[in-house]
Design a binder for this molecule. Sequence first.
Ligand code: NAP
Length: 242
Amino acid sequence: MKNVLITGASRGIGAECALTFADNGYRVFINYNRSEEKALALCEKIRGKGGECFAVQADVTDRDAVRRMISLCRYHGGGLDVLVNNAGIDFYGTIEQTEPEIWDKIINTDLTGVYNATRAALPELKNSSSGRIINVSSVWGVYGASCEAAYSAAKAGVIGLTKALAKELGLSGVTVNCVAPGFIDTDMNAIFDENAVSDIIDRTPLNRAGTCKDVAEAVLWLASEKASFITGQVLGADGGFM
Ligand code: NAP
């Protein structure tokens, strides 16, 4: 049985990834930060369907906690085959409103968090016969979004990190790819009003918001044997937005 660790899997896209991987026979490690109840309920749901899963608390910005989380994967799963770096936060406001503490928090979570988990998980992933890293970036990391400068910068950084690591880790057999979701209906977008939502849907060729399942299926495919010759790519899960 293969092991997958999904960061930020208590809600939204990460939670759907957890369900999708479990349905496809993976042992799932569900990382959460604050939403313990939701993570435990998700675990129960997966176990109820006969799947194997563990909920693991760790703030991805806390390197010691991240190292402990990887030890737990080793202890309960004997290793790690797939790391999905999904945990993320957003901030909506002008650059003037982006106080240094906000900037640091977004970069630390959305970019440095990916570095922290990747670095801690690498020995396990290199030991796997099919190590995979799948990073969740965003279309804003490609295009840049007005009033989301820190988020766009962090997500662009994730794409650079993905491309660099794909080259560096090729010989060790670990593939590194990104998904870049478009507008997905989750808590993260709850701040946008109806007009803002319909504007972005109008700019999406498939003319709808994405679902968490749309993204989870793309992540699952990148983790599969079918994608074994694919590395360093940015796969848009965005209804054609990019
Ligand atoms: P969401 O519903 O707000 O969920 C965010 C998840 O990240 C939660 O599980 C949260 O855990 C976790 N998280 C936040 N800070 C964390 C930290 N420091 N350590 C560990 N976990 C942390 O967001 P979402 O929409 O599913 O987004 C998931 C990913 O997709 C993010 O990277 C986001 O940038 C990206 N994305 C989303 C969209 C979209 O339209 N929704 C589009 C493009 C990209 P707790 O609740 O347990 O704290």
